[in-house]
Design a protein around this ligand. Structure first.
Ligand code: SF4
Ligand code: SF4
Ligand code: SF4
Length: 260
């Protein structure tokens, strides 16, 4: 199955936030509230997409990049973060043990945790996977009045992006953000303003983080890894028992079942 993607044309965005509202509606997300431990960029476990002000002007979408070789997927010990056949990075809350390795591993600071819930889960964009399986586009794409967002096969989006750069060289910076960084991502941008603040600052290189991780792991003694694995397993079992007890005592709002 071919890799899908989402192209953001920053020059078309007017900052109306209709894409954010559509995401909240489509995914039945709860009320927004700022968690002190998290970066105040508009993202949270209940906001998987944010429109942020670029330092040099303009409005820019911030959400999961759906890295082609995703660090969050490679570090997840239980396969809760995983890839769909179309290359979308999905999250299975039933498998998640709450270790938050994915939060630490993400080079773009995207996944967010429900710190204030007794049964916490991780929140991030998954390209409205349930809508795709019904033949629809992601809700944000459908809601955008400016056609700033285009969903489709990644290779075709790259052709479209480079065609726009060729046709209007004075309008865009001469690169497709997300084409190569850390091995490339499904979320890509063309823009008239630098996107350094999204970690597209040229220092990441083009080698995926998981490759670097394996280089490091090959130098760690096996006993260390086995011990870490046992500790993680114990943590998971204890955490799940506590969650089950709390769930029995407390009525809480749960995020919707996410695409698997
Ligand atoms: S941006 Fe972060 S959360 Fe999204 S796929 Fe990449 S590593 Fe995973
Ligand atoms: S918090 Fe959940 S999804 Fe993230 S790495 Fe741990 S088990 Fe995987
Ligand atoms: S709906 Fe479109 S124009 Fe409005 S903020 Fe989102 S991407 Fe920008």
């Amino acid at each position: 199955m071919k890799q899908v993607g989402l192209l953001v044309d920053v020059t078309r965005c007017i900052g109306c936030n209709k894409c954010v509202d559509a995401c909240v509606m489509a995914n039945h997300l709860g009320a927004e509230h700022h968690i002190p431990q998290q970066e105040a960029d508009g993202l949270s476990a209940q906001r998987w997409l944010a429109i942020v002000d670029a330092p040099q002007g303009g409005f820019v979408r911030k959400s999961c990049r759906h890295c082609l070789d995703a660090a969050c997927v490679s570090v997840c010990p239980v396969g809760a973060m995983h890839k769909s056949p179309e290359g979308i990075v999905l999250y299975d809350k039933q498998k998640c043990m709450g270790c938050r390795y994915c939060l630490m591993a993400c080079p773009f600071g995207i996944p967010r945790y429900e710190w204030d819930s007794p049964t916490p889960v991780v929140g991030k964009c998954f390209f409205c996977y349930q809508r795709l399986s019904e033949g629809q586009e992601p809700a944000c794409v459908e809601a955008c009045p400016q056609q700033a967002l285009t969903f489709g096969e990644r290779s075709e989006l790259l052709n479209l992006a480079h065609a726009r750069l060729r046709q209007s060289p004075d309008k865009y910076l001469p690169k497709v953000f997300g084409e190569f960084e850390l091995g490339g991502s499904a979320l890509m941008y063309i823009s008239n303003v630098p996107l350094d603040f999204l970690n597209f600052n040229g220092t990441l290189g083009e080698r995926p983080y998981p490759e670097l991780t394996w280089d490091w792991l090959s130098k760690v003694p096996a006993v260390t890894l086995v011990t870490a694995g046992l500790m993680t397993g114990l943590f998971w079992i204890i955490g799940r028992r506590m969650q089950a007890q709390l769930a029995g005592k407390t009525q809480t709002s749960q995020p919707p079942e996410e695409g698997k």
